[in-house]
Ligand binder design. Structure first.
Ligand code: GDP
Length: 363
């Protein structure tokens, strides 16, 4: 599966948000270094389209798709130099596909701030610096190894060393490494470095209850910084999300209405994480089940079928596809067929978000 790692300084609300996401109820303590191993949670991706399909099909069950979140606690200033079990945490971050960076934008004198005051930009810079220092270490080691080999005069090895040298100077300047790789070889070398600063990032501004609706100056600062990086910001209040996560169905809706919110911050966060990972959803809709399936944007029909079962991919013949909007407007498969809105697609078809699919395959 695909996953997002939740990072941020201690006491910014990571565990609160993670627990609300998973409703797992793991320890949330008011002091640094409380959790050592990353907690992993599998989270359902909210998608109102499932309910709409179910109303047409009346299935026995509805199965949403999921993504994984990891609570990566313990990242502190000096982590890249081994402070506060630092290297261990950086290792956990290396394993995730995308980063959800939680930033404290709430003031609360009862909650200790590791640096003594609430200052989201400073906090973001601390984390970014630690990630960049860890990357610098990685690239330097690699550079030294390859540099030695490049004495042999091999052109390709020389190119590789030069590339690492470029990545190194970008990191030293505090510049982004994303986009530095300019050709196929460089992209491979870059990928194999597994740099922390090369991962897609989403910021979560954790605000006080009263600041959810308004635009707190702290949030505006985070937005500005994020915009400079082309990153998205989701504003949520961890405390409230913890309460919302204990409600269900109508109760939840009533609470959200009272708060003047269209959907919970967590639902927004999950969907944004899904987007950040470059993921889209296609559906299967039958009387047994209506189900959402996750694929990477750009996946072709046989590989999309393979997500259900490897036999579907191996024996793929064709796919019957109805776009979600057509399916809905036609009142289901039969109606869509009558209107000629069901397409037969082959091996080269790139599956679109919301496609309702039926696969034909040989066994
Ligand atoms: P972590 O160290 O980043 O995982 O932070 P925690 O989730 O453990 O939260 C640290 C403290 O901040 C806890 O006492 C939480 O109850 C509190 N906290 C988390 N979110 C909020 C919030 O939105 N508002 C306020 N006032 N406190 C919060």
């Amino acid at each position: 599966g695909f996953n997002c790692g939740i990072v941020g300084l201690p006491n910014v609300g990571k565990s609160t948000i993670f627990n609300a996401l998973t409703s797992a109820g793991a320890e949330s303590a008011n002091y640094p270094f409380c959790t050592i191993d990353p907690n992993v949670g599998i989270v359902q991706v909210p998608d109102p389209r499932l309910q709409q399909l179910a109303e047409i099909v009346n299935p026995e069950r509805i199965l949403p798709t999921t993504i994984e979140f990891l609570d990566i606690a313990g990242l502190v200033k000096g982590a890249s130099q081994g402070e506060g079990l630092g290297n261990q945490f950086l290792g956990h971050i290396r394993s995730v596909d995308a980063i959800v960076h939680v930033v404290r934008c709430f003031d609360d004198e009862n909650v200790v701030h590791v640096s003594g005051s609430v200052d989201p930009i400073r906090d973001i810079e601390i984390i970014k610096t630690e990630l960049a220092l860890a990357d610098l270490d990685t690239v330097e080691k690699k550079f030294q190894r390859v540099e030695k080999q490049s004495k042999s005069g091999d052109r390709k090895i020389k190119d590789e060393a030069d590339f690492y040298s470029r990545v190194k100077s970008a990191l030293e300047k505090g510049a982004a490494v994303t986009g530095l790789a300019e050709n196929v070889d460089e992209r491979l070398w870059m990928r194999d470095l597994h740099l922390l600063t090369d991962k897609p990032v989403l910021y979560v501004a954790n605000v006080a209850e009263d600041d959810l609706a308004g635009n707190h100056p702290f949030v505006a600062l985070v937005r500005e910084l994020a915009a400079g990086e082309g990153a998205k910001v989701v504003t949520i209040c961890g405390r409230i999300e913890a309460e919302i996560s204990e409600l269900e169905g109508e109760e939840k809706q009533v609470f959200l209405n009272e708060m003047g919110l269209a959907e919970s911050g967590l639902d927004q966060l999950i969907r944004s994480g899904y987007e950040l990972l470059g993921l889209i959803t296609y559906f299967t809709a039958g009387v047994k089940e209506v189900r959402a399936w996750t694929i990477t944007r750009g996946t072709k029909a046989p590989q999309a079928a393979g997500v259900i079962h490897s036999d579907f991919e191996k024996g793929f013949i064709r796919a019957e596809v109805i776009a979600f909007a057509d399916y809905l407007a036609s009142g289901g498969e039969t109606g869509a067929k009558e209107k000629g809105l069901m397409r037969l697609e082959g091996k080269e078809y790139v599956v679109q978000d919301g496609d309702v699919m039926h696969f034909r395959f040989n066994v």
